[in-house]
Design a protein around this ligand. Structure first.
Ligand SMILES: NC(=O)c1ccc[n+]([C@@H]2O[C@H](COP(=O)([O-])OP(=O)(O)OC[C@H]3O[C@@H](n4cnc5c(N)ncnc54)[C@H](O)[C@@H]3O)[C@@H](O)[C@H]2O)c1
Length: 440
């Protein structure tokens, strides 16, 4: 099929490259000219494993192209995906301006009927409003065709975005009574349904809610285990053992039970807060999700407080990990962005290392902190090392070597990646999360 994907960010770029890989003819569209120029040259604009190879293969095969001109693409496509950002707006309400800009541009310039598919995360009712806006514009133009709006929320995880898109757990499609639209979405996803990936059809409203419900549920699992960490510390228990005991129950499962400094990123914090905002508008109480959000904030700052209290005056702090999670360069709602200002305000200096996110961190702190080219370089002469992101490479660091290069002895493990006994054997003092008693 011939499709356009508008917004070539984390979701749009991956979707465009994967749809091209699956044999569709795809044009990625963005208003950011610099981005489009880089993509046309076969380079990825984000750090995402396997993505650049897909982009290059798509460009070479002719299945993938990029442009800034949405209007010029419209006569040639059957489906337009909108994958633009929906960042937190006033009071954490999702800011839908980009979605409506794309919908209006499509309605004003379309020369034939097509499907408008919303891939962005949007509050329930947005698809309906988009369809009303588009229908009104088409009516005013006297256009002899229609543009139905479909909801197709995205569930990919940054860092695993390509495999998640090519082998999704499920594909959710929300359509309100439109057989032709349903057939088109079936055809689009046939390469995936053929290999057994489930395609679920439901109403547009249900599909819009599924996305927020999924993210809020996963965030709640994280906050649930984090809620128990302080308790574990007080009672001499070990949160890792508690998580293992919980997670081996098939009804619960081990995923998202890893205690740490809480969730960040471009989705969980904003989607949890946006869902709470929508609930408020409808006058319903989402008490569990309120608690999820509050625990997450408390958890992050509880850890920062501990580190700050343990630091000598004018300390040098080595930060290991800056991105909000491993295998991405995404800094949205990253704990490092909260922590660095606190450290600087208290008069400490920061020496940071991250395998992928240094360039993006420099946009926030161009001169205020120093950047190292390896974890050991960051730790050299440091009073304390703080692990903020669980990049795999941190697990394999030589802890005895770490002890040698550091000035101090404290290792604060915000992601519980180390065995406390191994850290202690290396002569360092371990501070994990939720590990009490003799194991702390
Ligand atoms: N990042 C994730 O892991 C993830 C996962 C699932 C769902 N989502 C949702 O997908 C949506 C997109 O998220 P993202 O992380 O890809 O955002 P992003 O900020 O990485 O990308 C958005 C892109 O849209 C472009 N854009 C903005 N306005 C435009 C316009 N009018 N026309 C063309 N391009 C325009 C921007 O230049 C940018 O390249 C959001 O609703 C998000 O909540 C994100």
């Amino acid at each position: 099929m011939k499709i356009a994907v508008v917004g070539t960010g984390y979701v749009g770029l991956v979707s465009a490259a994967c749809f091209a890989e699956l044999g569709h003819t795809v044009t990625g569209v963005d208003i950011d000219e610099k981005k489009i120029a880089i993509l046309k040259g076969g380079k990825s604009t984000i750090y995402e494993p396997e993505l650049e190879e897909l982009i290059q293969r798509g460009l070479q095969s002719g299945h993938l192209s990029f442009t800034t001109d949405l209007q010029s693409v419209l006569p040639n496509v059957e489906i337009v995906f909108s994958a633009v950002a929906t960042p937190p707006g006033e009071g954490y309400k999702a800011d839908l301006r980009a979605v409506f800009t794309v919908a209006e541009t499509v309605a004003k310039n379309a020369t034939r009927g097509l499907l408008f598919v919303n891939k962005s995360t949007v509050p329930v009712g947005t698809g309906q409003k988009c369809e009303e806006t588009i229908t009104q514009i088409l009516k005013d133009r006297g256009a002899p065709f229609s543009i139905p709006v479909v909801s197709n929320p995205e569930f990919l995880r940054e860092g695993l975005a390509v495999p998640d898109t090519l082998m999704p757990d499920r594909i959710v499609v929300g359509i309100n009574a439109n057989e032709k639209a349903r057939e088109m979405m079936e055809e689009l996803y046939r390469p995936l349904t053929r290999v057994g990936r489930p395609l679920l059809f439901m109403s547009r409203e249900s599909a819009e809610i599924v996305k927020y419900a999924s993210n809020s549920f996963l965030a709640t699992k994280i906050s649930f285990i984090n809620m128990l960490t302080e308790f574990a510390e007080m009672t001499g228990a070990n949160i890792r053992h508690i998580a293992a005991g919980l997670g081996l129950d098939n009804r619960i499962g081990p995923k998202f039970l890893h205690a740490g400094i809480g969730y960040g990123g471009s989705c969980f914090p904003k989607d949890v807060k946006a869902l709470l905002q929508t609930a408020k508008e409808y006058g319903v109480a989402f008490d569990i999700i309120e608690a999820t959000d509050a625990i997450n904030t408390r958890q992050r700052f509880r850890f920062f407080d501990k580190v700050l209290k343990a630091l000598p005056k004018k300390a040098t702090v080595a930060l290991w990990g800056l991105s909000f999670k491993p295998r991405t360069d995404d800094m949205r709602e990253a704990p490092s962005l909260d922590f660095i200002p606190l450290l600087l305000k208290a008069g400490h200096s920061v020496n940071a290392f991250d395998p992928a996110a240094i360039e993006n961190t420099k946009k926030f702190f161009p001169r205020e902190i120093t950047y190292a080219s390896s974890p050991m370089e960051a730790a050299t002469g440091a009073d304390t090392v703080v692990v903020l992101t669980e990049w795999d490479m941190f697990r394999g660091q030589d802890l005895k070597e770490l002890k040698k290069v550091m000035k101090g002895k404290n290792l604060f493990d915000g992601r519980n990646v180390y065995e406390p006994s191994e850290v202690r054997e290396a002569g360092l003092t371990y501070h994990g999360i939720g590990i009490g008693g003799s194991e702390c």
